[in-house]
Design a protein around this ligand. Structure first.
Ligand SMILES: Cc1cc2nc3c(=O)[nH]c(=O)nc-3n(C[C@H](O)[C@H](O)[C@H](O)COP(=O)(O)O)c2cc1C
Length: 345
C-alpha cells in the first residue's frame, strides 16, 4: 500500500468526496501557478514520452484525464505536471447552473468505484473560456466536453452544444459531445438517430465555418456503456456519415451488478473498477465495426498498466481515467505508465 492509499483509507475516505474533490482541484490550481511546485511535481510524477499520433495531432503518451474532473479548466498546469498528456475539461453548459442537490458523489471503496449524480454543475462556458485563454500549457492537449443546460428542452439541445462549440473553439484541441451522462434528465435520448443526426450535422457544419481555411478540429461523441449493440451500431453509422472523428467509450453506467459498497443503492452513474469490463467490451465492438475509420478514446475502470493495455488492445488509441486517479493518488499516471511500459518491453 502506498502512502497515498494509506492516507486515503484512514483519512480521506472519511471526508465528503465532493469537498475533497474541490479542495484537490483548488490545491492543484494554486500549485500549478507556482513554478517550484510545478517543478517538484514534474520531478516526482513526470513520465517518459511515448508519443501517440491521434486525431491529427501528437499526444505525449496515451493517458489523459477524463471529463468531469477539471470542469472549469482551472488546473491545467498541475494536470500536466502530474503526467497526464491530455485533459477533457467540462462538461460545460452555456449558462451557469447548480447541478443536483448535494450529496451527489458516493464512494464504493470495496468495489473501487464511485457513484455520481452531479448533473453538470458549473460556472458556464464564459468562465471556462476565460480560464483556458489564460493558461497555455505546452504539450498538454485540451479536449472540451460540451453539454446542455438542464432546462433546455431536448428539441433545442443543439443550440446549447453549438453555443459551447463557438465560444470554446479557439482554445480546444478536440471536442466531445456529451450525450451520455445519466444525470441530466433525458440527455441520453440524444444518442438516438432521431436527435443525433441533426445535432451532428449542425455541429459539423459549424466547425467547417469556424475552421475557415484551417483543418477542422476533431469532434467526438461520448457514449453510454448501457446502449445495446444495435444502438451503438446505429450511432456509429451516423458518426461516420457526419464526419465525426472518434468515439469516447464510455461514460458511467446505470447498471449495478455484484457490488458490495454500502452506497450501491445511490442514484447516478457508476464509475471505476466495476465499469472496466463493459467499457472494454464496447471499445472492442466499436473497433470491430468501424476498423480504423474512427479514433477511440477508451475510458472506464483504468487503475493499472494492465488496464491501460487492455483498452489499447481492444482498439483504443487514447485512454482516460478519473476514478483510478482518485483511489491511487498523485503518482497514478507515473505508476500506470511505468507498469504499461514494463509490460510491453
Ligand atoms: C464525479 C464524476 C463526475 C463526472 N463528470 C463527468 C462530466 O462532467 N462529463 C463527462 O463526460 N464525464 C464525466 N464523468 C465520467 C468520466 O469522465 C468517465 O467517463 C467515467 O468516470 C469512467 O471512467 P473512470 O472509471 O476512470 O472514472 C464523471 C465521473 C465522475 C466520477
Amino acid at each position: 500500500m502506498t502512502f497515498y492509499e494509506f492516507t486515503y483509507k484512514h483519512f480521506l475516505s472519511k471526508l465528503d468526496p465532493e469537498w475533497i474533490h474541490d479542495a484537490v482541484v483548488g490545491g492543484l490550481r494554486i500549485a500549478g501557478q507556482i513554478a517550484p511546485a510545478r517543478a517538484l511535481m514534474r520531478s516526482l510524477y513526470g513520465v517518459p514520452s511515448m508519443p501517440v499520433e491521434a486525431l491529427g495531432m501528437t499526444f505525449d503518451h496515451p493517458l489523459g484525464m477524463a471529463g468531469g474532473f477539471d470542469k472549469e479548466g482551472e488546473c491545467l498546469a498541475a494536470t500536466a505536471a502530474l503526467g497526464f498528456s491530455f485533459v477533457e475539461v467540462g462538461t460545460v453548459t452555456p449558462h451557469p447552473q447548480p447541478g443536483n442537490p448535494k450529496p451527489r458523489i458516493f464512494r464504493l471503496v470495496e468495489d473501487q468505484g464511485l457513484i455520481n449524480r452531479m448533473g453538470f454543475p458549473g460556472k458556464g462556458m464564459d468562465v471556462l473560456a476565460r480560464n483556458l485563454e489564460r493558461q497555455r500549457v505546452p504539450g498538454l492537449r485540451i479536449g472540451i466536453s460540451l453539454g446542455k443546460n438542464k432546462d433546455t428542452p431536448l428539441a433545442d439541445a443543439h443550440a446549447d452544444y453549438s453555443a459551447g462549440l463557438r465560444r470554446l473553439y479557439a482554445p480546444g484541441d478536440f471536442f466531445a459531445i456529451n450525450v451520455s451522462s445519466p444525470n441530466t434528465p433525458e440527455l441520453r435520448k440524444l444518442q438516438s438517430s432521431e436527435y443525433l443526426s441533426e445535432l451532428l450535422a449542425r455541429l459539423r457544419a459549424q466547425i467547417g465555418e469556424l475552421a475557415g481555411d484551417d483543418r477542422p478540429k476533431p469532434l467526438l461523441v461520448k457514449i453510454s456503456p448501457d446502449l445495446g449493440w444495435d444502438e451503438i451500431d446505429e450511432l456509429l453509422d451516423l458518426s461516420l456519415q457526419h464526419g465525426v472523428a472518434g468515439i469516447i467509450a464510455t461514460n458511467t453506467t446505470r447498471s449495478r451488478e455484484d457490488l458490495r459498497g454500502k452506497n450501491r443503492g445511490e442514484e447516478g452513474g457508476l464509475s471505476g473498477a466495476p465499469l472496466r469490463e463493459r467499457s472494454t467490451a464496447v471499445i472492442r465492438h466499436i473497433r470491430e465495426q468501424v476498423g480504423n475509420r474512427l479514433t477511440i478514446i477508451g475510458v472506464g475502470g483504468v487503475f493499472s498498466g494492465d488496464d491501460l493495455r487492455e483498452k489499447l488492445d481492444a482498439g483504443a488509441t487514447l485512454v482516460q481515467a478519473y476514478t483510478g486517479f482518485i483511489y491511487r493518488g498523485p503518482a497514478f499516471v507515473k505508476r500506470v505508465m511505468s507498469e504499461y511500459g514494463d509490460s510491453i518491453r
